[in-house]
Design a binder for this molecule. Structure first.
Ligand SMILES: Nc1ncnc2c1ncn2[C@@H]1O[C@H](COP(=O)(O)OP(=O)(O)OP(=O)(O)O)[C@@H](O)[C@H]1O
Length: 518
């Protein structure tokens, strides 16, 4: 007979082969479990029986990694149910757990001393706790996601179990993860698959509604044709995204794509940014500076908020569009550039032309090919496609499991008007993911002022609808009550009276206009 040598993992154990057999048996038992709670309980039972400890506990971090919860406990031969087993995010009172979790360090203490070690979180025992083992548990991605603890009143050599128990603990973590993934796939909400819903539908944009299909049609017409494009539509409808799509899928895709927001700089700075300057052009111009039009040469220049461009600069831009010529500040010479200009605005350029603040000739030059982006409200089921896409994106960014959507949360989104369009939806979903401790998104994770609450009676519901309409109009008019009143066909005094009656405050009118980092 050949004798089996004990692997190093078992070398310090008194009866390595018996232990290995028992461990194997636990592995195969746990592998057959298909319920999360039996797996968690199975692990603490195994840890206790394999080590001979009277106590074993499993702590797991929630999906947001802010709360550590005791997921199972085995004490004095049976599973325990403890209330309030959830610990605050810094686990500061449980220094031992904190050390193990935050440092990803195995902790084995042979002589526990309650004066030295803070062990108040351990359950009361007949005799003092004497030895303790804390093992950080890792996910497949090697992130610490929990702690397996074993404690005894006996002087046990607990460190000799640490490697094998850690393998068992990590195995259970992987099984729990698998079960969660399977349950997410089987949930009725995700029947038509999160993946399908989240898939970009055209040119990297999400949306399959008729209005979005018409948009893709228009985009396809200008991909290989260098006409100037004017993108219009409410704020947050995706104008910049479309501009990028036209560049990325068009014949200039390997060339530069430069973005300039015309509302973000004062006139002289905008001019020097766009056209560049020569050394000495103005005080402080101590060297030549290349402008954005040169940087975008052979590529695309995206001019956002073009309606805010000062009149003097509009004349210079017109010259670029007509002649392809640029003259930097402080230079007497012009040079040629080959730039495709895509302009965007959420303002009505025609009325700006009528008001004399936008040049008519530039308007016609820019709007060779106008594309209007539909407001989110007109995109029907795309609202949920986008919502699923943003939640999947946020979860993957946070390295957590995809969240399921409850039907109530979905209905609430569908009943909301989204004055900030896709940008607002994105922000709401990202916030909801952070607020969601479990893995199902519920209405309480969204603070939708405009959503219809089905518990209200008819009068209250009508008031809610009226309130939303007023807020929308005020937001559209940047808080200007006179303009909002005109838009709503009300005398201003009536608008003020209704605002007061419906408790509309300035804070309700403001919303995050530019949540995205450019
Ligand atoms: N169809 C879409 N699919 C996926 N994401 C979208 C879509 N439309 C917009 N977004 C996202 O919404 C956010 C706002 O889009 P974008 O900045 O392009 O809007 P905008 O119309 O240019 O806004 P503004 O007029 O305020 O400049 C971005 O994060 C963008 O990626």
């Amino acid at each position: 007979m050949t004798s089996l040598e004990s692997p190093p993992m078992f070398s310090q154990l008194a009866q390595p082969l018996r232990y290995a057999e028992a461990l194997l048996e636990r592995f195969s038992r746990l592998a057959g479990l298909t319920e999360g709670h039996s797996l968690r309980q199975g692990l603490v039972e195994a840890a206790s029986l394999l080590t001979g400890c009277e106590l074993s506990q499993l702590y797991l971090l929630d999906d947001t990694h802010t709360r550590l919860t005791m997921a199972a406990e085995w004490h004095q031969g049976s599973w325990q149910i403890r209330e309030n087993a959830s610990l605050p995010s810094d686990y500061h009172r449980e220094q031992l757990l904190q050390y193990c979790l935050c440092q990803n360090q195995i902790l084995a203490i042979d002589a526990l001393d309650s004066n030295l070690h803070d062990i108040a979180f351990l359950p009361d025992s007949r005799r003092p706790w004497r030895t303790l083992l804390c093992l950080p548990l890792l996910s497949e991605a090697q992130h610490v996601v929990g702690v397996l603890l074993a404690a005894s009143m006996q002087p046990l050599p607990l460190s000799s179990f640490s490697d094998s128990l850690r393998l068992l603990g990590n195995f259970v973590v992987a099984q729990l993860d698998l079960l969660q993934r399977v349950s997410t796939c089987q949930s009725p909400v995700s029947e038509d698959s999160l993946q399908d819903k989240a898939c970009p539908s055209g040119y990297g944009l999400i949306g399959e509604s008729d209005v979005m299909r018409s948009l893709y049609q228009l985009i396809s017409k200008v991909l290989h044709n260098p006409v100037n494009v004017l993108l219009t539509g409410e704020t947050g409808t995706g104008k910049e995204l479309v501009a990028r799509a036209i560049h990325d899928y068009g014949f200039r895709r390997t060339r530069p794509f430069i973005v300039q927001n015309c509302a973000s700089l004062p006139e002289n700075l905008l001019e020097s940014e766009m056209f560049g300057y020569r050394k000495g052009a103005f005080s402080g111009a101590d060297r030549d500076h290349t402008g954005l039009l040169d940087a975008a040469d052979t590529g695309t220049l995206f001019l956002d908020e073009v309606g805010d461009m000062p009149l003097a600069l509009q004349a210079k831009l017109l010259r670029v569009l007509q002649e392809g010529e640029v003259r930097p500040l402080g230079s007497t010479e012009t040079h040629r550039v080959d730039v495709r200009v895509i302009a965007a605005t959420h303002r009505d350029l025609k009325s700006l032309v009528e008001a004399g603040s936008f040049r008519e000739d530039l308007f016609y030059r820019l709007s060779h090919f106008p594309i209007e982006l539909p407001p989110l409200q007109e995109r029907g089921p795309d609202i949920l496609r986008l919502a699923h896409h943003f939640s999947a994106q946020a979860c993957s960014f946070l390295q957590r499991q995809p969240c399921r959507w409850s039907q109530e949360a979905e209905s609430q989104l569908l009943g909301y008007t989204f004055p900030g369009n896709v940008r607002e939806l994105k922000g709401l979903v990202e916030r909801a993911i952070l607020l969601c401790d479990g893995n199902e998104l519920l209405p309480e994770h969204f603070s939708l002022h405009g959503a219809v609450d089905t518990n209200l009676n008819l009068r209250e519901r009508l008031e809610q609808v009226e309130r939303n309409l007023l807020i929308e109009s005020l937001r559209r008019n940047h808080g200007n009550q006179t303009n909002a009143a005109t838009e709503l066909g009300l005398p201003r005094r009536t608008l003020l009276y209704r605002m007061q009656r419906l408790n509309i405050f300035p804070a309700d009118i403001r919303f995050q206009e530019k949540a995205d980092v450019r």
